[in-house]
Design a protein around this ligand. Structure first.
Ligand code: LLP
Length: 426
């Protein structure tokens, strides 16, 4: 399903004109299509048949409560990496019994909360974490369900910042040490060894590295069974790539078939932790052109937008490519040329796109596509810019799922209650 498409030259999100959203909530604003999120989830579930898999949506990709509620309503589980993400899942009505908790630095209070609400599994990343987890479980008189995140040393062949299974990565337990750690953990009554997991990276284009990692996990699972350690699940992480520009679509049908084949005859349940695949192309960033700075031929022309690197940092951080398209037909006075689309932030790295052939005029609305994953969640208040609004479209209607921040929100944590510039002045 195309979440965003043109009708008579006007870009729509499902059945809603993006101009109408801009008029009501202003810009910049993130806009999501609920139907798109639902369809991606269902497509992935279908690809995992006949065996089926438990989909634990990686909350970090987009943690808005409206997005989490959408997946909770579909029966999804969740992959979290902090106590904050756990609180979000609980607020969205997610089932803690379907939550897996990843991350290399779980604090005691985060572990305590997860033990209290009864999550499905802790994806443990080191011997030190295992010891801390056992200690907290003993203290609370309960048993902690554990999977070891294994680093299978597979090159995911993606951007170095989002490759997580190289020998130099901070993530997981090196595969050659995992068996000994499992055996050690099996002697600790406060721990229940329920699974094994890995996550080798993000925006992975083809299934090969993922399947290579799975092979390593399954070989280890067999060794553990020989040691008398029978696991209940195998969690292959996320990482499924999406199309930002001209990348081939990740072949979920092929991935599903290969996972089914690899798991044939095995009792373990399969878990996936997709983030980007489910949300990236279901969201866009709506922005307005503030100023044009056309240059002489040969020099660079800039269009200054009201969205910036603090709203969407992926281009600045990874040189990620996002398609940028007009929201309305170009007017007679617009200027066509190759533009660098930049924000108002005082950094030369503040760009959303470079060298884009567009016909622009001041005041035009633009849509930065494929911004549903790692967009809003990575935004900041840099330059004291208030963070964008977020909107969920459902058919012919839309809802504000996060209001635009105000300067009052920004200052609230810094002003003393009796400050003369306090709330009353703002
Ligand atoms: N599981 C774990 C343990 C992870 O660390 C991640 C992502 C996922 C699942 C979900 O991966 P996905 O299916 O979305 O590829 N900010 C970067 C991406 C960072 C990914 C971090 N970990 C970006 O904007 O490209």
């Amino acid at each position: 399903m195309e979440a965003f498409r043109y009708v008579d030259g006007h870009l729509h999100a499902e059945g809603v004109k993006l101009e109408d959203i801009a008029a009501r909530v202003g810009t910049p604003a993130y806009v999501y299509s609920r139907a798109h999120l639902e369809e991606r989830y269902r497509t992935l579930c279908a690809a995992m048949e006949p065996r089926g898999a438990d989909i634990c949506y990686a909350v970090k990709a987009n943690s808005n409560l409206g997005v989490l509620r959408t997946f909770a309503a579909l029966g999804a589980g969740f992959d979290i990496v902090s106590g904050g993400e756990l609180q979000r899942v609980l607020h969205a009505g997610g089932d803690p019994g379907k939550v897996v908790f990843s991350g290399v630095g779980k604090r005691e209070d985060e572990i305590d909360l997860a033990l209290k609400v009864g999550i499905r599994c802790f994806n443990v990343e080191s011997a030190a974490e295992l010891a801390r987890l056992a200690g907290r479980a003993r203290l609370h008189g309960c048993t902690a369900p554990v999977s070891l995140r294994v680093n299978p040393h597979v090159d995911a062949r993606t951007h170095p910042y989002i490759s997580t299974a190289l020998e130099t990565s901070k993530f997981g337990v090196p595969i050659d040490q995992a068996r000994a750690l499992y055996r050690q953990a099996s002697r600790e009554p406060a721990l229940a060894l329920v699974g094994i997991d890995c996550h080798i990276g993000s925006q992975i284009g083809d299934t090969e590295p993922l399947l290579e990692a799975l092979d390593s996990l399954l070989a280890l699972t067999d060794e553990l069974a020989a040691d008398g350690i029978e696991l209940e699940h195998v969690d292959v992480g996320g990482g499924l790539g999406v199309r930002y520009r001209d990348e081939p679509e990740f072949d979920v049908a092929r991935y599903g078939a290969a996972l089914n084949a690899a798991m044939a005859g095995r009792p373990q349940r399969l878990i996936l932790e997709p983030g980007r695949y489910l949300v990236a192309n279901g969201g866009l960033l709506l922005t307005r052109v503030e100023y044009l700075k056309p240059a002489a031929p040969g020099a660079t022309s800039f269009a200054v937008l009201d969205a910036a690197m603090n709203d969407l940092i992926r281009p600045a951080l990874y040189r990620a490519w996002h398609e940028v398209v007009p929201v309305t037909p170009a007017g007679a006075g617009s200027l066509r040329r190759s533009w660098n689309l930049v924000g108002p932030v005082c950094e030369s790295g503040d760009f959303l796109a470079e060298h884009r052939d567009l016909a622009l005029a001041e005041g035009d609305l633009l849509a930065v596509l494929s911004a549903g994953a790692y967009g809003f969640v990575q935004s900041s208040n840099y330059n004291s810019r208030s963070r964008a609004a977020e909107v969920m479209v459902e058919g012919e209607t839309f809802r504000l799922i996060r209001r635009r921040e105000t300067i009052r929100d920004q200052l609230a944590l810094e002003l003393a209650d009796d400050d003369p510039l306090g709330p009353g002045m703002l």
